[in-house]
Design a protein around this ligand. Sequence first.
Ligand SMILES: *Cc1c(COP(=O)(O)O)cnc(C)c1O
Length: 366
Amino acid sequence: MQIKCNVLDRQFRMYQEEYEQAALRVLRSGWYVLGNEVKQFEEEFAKFTGRKYCVGLNSGLDALILSVRALGIGSGDEVIVQANTYIATVLGITENNAVPVFVEPDEYFNMDADKIEQAITDKTKAIMVTHLYGQASEMTKIVDIAKKHHLEIIEDCAQSHGACFAGKMTGTFGISGCFSFYPTKNLGAFGDAGAIVTDDAAFADKIYMMRNYGSKVKYYNEIEGVNSRLDEMQAALLRVKLSHLQELNNERTMLAQRYDKGITNPAVYLPRIRDEAEHIYHQYVIKCNARDSLQKSLEQSGIQTQIHYPIPPHLAKCYHFLGHKKGDYPITETYANEVLSLPIYTGMTLEEQDYVIEQINTCRIE
Ligand SMILES: *Cc1c(COP(=O)(O)O)cnc(C)c1O
């Protein structure tokens, strides 16, 4: 059997008619960028997260970059960020010439809240939290720390659409919740798309202007903006997907629970969930000391897996100038050597999953 890590056409086929209707509606409308579909989607997504405002953007990275910029964070400022996140989180900081200050993750792969305070200096302006793999971070503690030190919280929710902490949706704890709708995300579009959600009217207004050349009224450019507009096609298709997001997340949770029960290989550490945290399993990430050997063995059985992420940002070539070296963040570096993301996607059949489980349980790990 051949199992891919991600299969995107099944989620399309599941609601094919609805997607096709939405696409035709846009094609026939004669209006393709920033229109009624975007407005509707923004309203619906704000409501879904429980925030007052949503501003649709071009990508998750733009959501992060513009959030940092709109807060006036730049040269000479520091932003705290977890060390084992995707490069985009860090780019949101460095694109604004601010300095990322890395904090090690906890056993749930999220920012270790107990290590934040020692990273705070008088230059720290914000904490950038990634709800990695779909599990909400320890937000009660992080919010308390941010309050105590007068820091903003920016949440990278690119992997956590619909995941809650203590019953409260990720993306609602800080001034800005940053979302990506890249096709593989739980709420994925059919191209690039992103958004921020916030309760702060002035902040929303600023992002709203920034995404369209710094203007509210065409050709009246109030601030230096960018082009990060969301198009009507993606917004219309996202509206369809959003209306099914709960089912889609439930399906992933069901699959994750089957992995939890089914995998019995003692060399494999299963993902854990923190009390009060919810996990929407954007990724199902296991740990294994002999990860490379396990991955190779699965590959030989036709099973594709991925590593999120093989090189931590502090060791990435592009961040050489930050001056970090191997050994600076040992937990992060160990994770980079030991994590493995198993196939999990909308429309994965139980037969496919049983095959993955069987191969994990019977494979030889050197
Ligand atoms: C996907 C992702 C992003 C970036 O989103 P894009 O839409 O690809 O720009 C940022 N952070 C995390 C954690 C992601 O997984």
